[in-house]
Write a protein that binds this ligand. Structure first.
Ligand SMILES: [Zn+2]
Length: 319
């Protein structure tokens, strides 16, 4: 096991929540002038890692002011209900469309079990605990909060999910991006830089909204993206272009199999070939079996999300 956390600069710490494997799901701790905030929490089973990081860094639980949730997918927010029990002064910030689902997580739980199955839920996500309503604050577009002496700003960022927000950190010129600035595993880094692709997770993937969101975020001229999957990367226009290219690439694959039998299986196979091809062009030297292992979880979820999107667009177009 890697160490649970490592310090970046600007008072930011990346915590490996140990969900599924090392270096897969990050949560972040931001410290400023004696106050602290978590950005995302990992799942329910990740909470001991977050609390251990506070202890290791000598931060009192009373000094944590915020849990900021980029969105309510359980690898990002599933631990918030458990974590808030340990943080007497913290408030949970979330997009208005996500709030009801964390106050009463029964629908969220059912939806997740439908996608992942009961066994996966228990084994890898653990549980899902409601968050008391009085602990929740709606994060509105362009609202700013103060942590110590730094300003954090919420930005509505639909595309991966309608209820997704990003958090702009003026101090580091970075964006806490949840899933909006893509997935990029450090195992695929080469001298060409980072390989970034879109998690087209069910059930609200919206490619047009996502591309508009990227335009909006690039106006901030960020230096960094703090990705949940995984860790901080430098984020440039080239990174944004790569993500847009692969959003389009994934959509093209989905549309190609729209009316086929075994659509899900075919999309999944085609996505794998697509990812292996872009990894090869990117100069990735891992052998294919290792790459398949690293892409495996994303393939299933991305193919499901594309399937939902196909069905939704079919309805939208009234065909
Ligand atoms: Zn997500």
């Amino acid at each position: 096991m890697n160490s649970i956390y490592h310090d970046l600069d600007f008072g930011i710490t990346c915590i490996d929540t140990q969900h599924m494997r090392d270096n897969f799901v990050a949560a972040y701790l931001i410290e400023d002038n004696g106050r602290a905030a978590f950005v995302d929490t990992g799942c329910h089973l990740s909470v001991p890692m977050l609390l251990a990081t506070l202890v290791a860094k000598n931060i009192q639980v009373e000094n944590v002011d915020y849990i900021l949730l980029t969105h309510i997918h359980l690898d990002h927010a599933g631990g918030a209900g458990e974590l808030i029990k340990h943080l007497p002064n913290a408030k949970v910030y979330v997009h208005e469309y996500g709030a009801n689902h964390i106050i009463d997580p029964s629908k969220l739980r059912a939806g997740v079990i439908k996608v992942y199955g009961e066994l996966f839920f228990k084994q890898f996500l653990g549980d899902l605990i409601p968050i008391p309503k009085d602990k929740i604050v709606i994060a509105k577009d362009n609202d700013e909060i103060i942590l110590g002496k730094r300003v954090l700003k919420f930005i509505n960022t639909p595309g991966h999910a309608r209820h997704h927000i990003c958090i702009w950190d003026e101090k580091s010129q970075g964006i806490f991006s949840g899933d909006t600035l893509g997935v990029s595993y450090r195992e695929f880094d080469t001298d060409q830089g980072e390989l970034i692709f879109p998690p087209t997770t069910p059930i609200q993937f919206d490619p047009d909204a996502w591309k508009n969101t990227l335009k909006k975020l690039m106006q901030y001229q960020p230096k960094y993206a703090y990705l949940t999957h995984f860790n901080r990367i430098e984020f440039t226009q080239k990174s944004a272009n790569m993500l847009i290219e692969h959003i389009d690439g994934f959509v093209t694959i989905a549309e190609q199999f729209q009316n086929e039998k075994n659509r899900h299986k075919k999309i999944k196979e085609s996505l794998l070939n697509y990812l292996l091809e872009i990894a090869s062009k990117h100069g990735v030297s891992l052998d294919e079996a290792q790459q398949v292992k690293l892409f495996k979880g994303d393939l299933e979820i991305c193919a499901q999300g594309l399937g939902v999107w196909l069905d939704d667009s079919y309805l939208r177009k009234g065909l």
